[in-house]
Design a protein around this ligand. Structure first.
Ligand code: FES
Length: 102
């Protein structure tokens, strides 16, 4: 589903959007867009309130870090990986694929 414009999210920036009634973090890493669940794998803090350095997002609560390209936990307290979403960009529109039914 369309979530925003590509030109509205500068390289190095991130935001959050809603997909299937869930918060999804959307990040622009050097012109490539990545989406993952906007909830830390530790205590569910919104990762979009943290910081993005390159492809690494840091949780603002206990500072776990995740790779926004894969959702993999890189460091921090005992936390799980974060699910990712498929992203496509057509013209200036960013599309995030809906999560599969649970
Ligand atoms: S809630 Fe993110 S590291 Fe604890």
């Amino acid at each position: 589903m369309p979530v925003t414009t590509a030109s509205g999210l500068a390289p190095g920036a991130m935001t959050w959007v809603v997909v299937d009634r869930e918060r999804v973090l959307l990040a622009n890493v050097n012109g490539a867009f990545y989406a993952l669940q906007d909830a830390c794998g530790h205590r569910q803090m919104p990762l979009s309130k943290g910081t993005l350095e390159g492809h690494v997002v840091e949780c603002p609560l206990h500072f776990a870090t995740f790779d926004v390209r894969t959702g993999k936990l890189l460091s921090g307290p005992s936390a799980a990986d974060v699910p990712t979403y498929e992203v496509q960009v057509k013209d200036d529109t960013v599309y995030v694929k809906r999560a599969r039914p649970r």
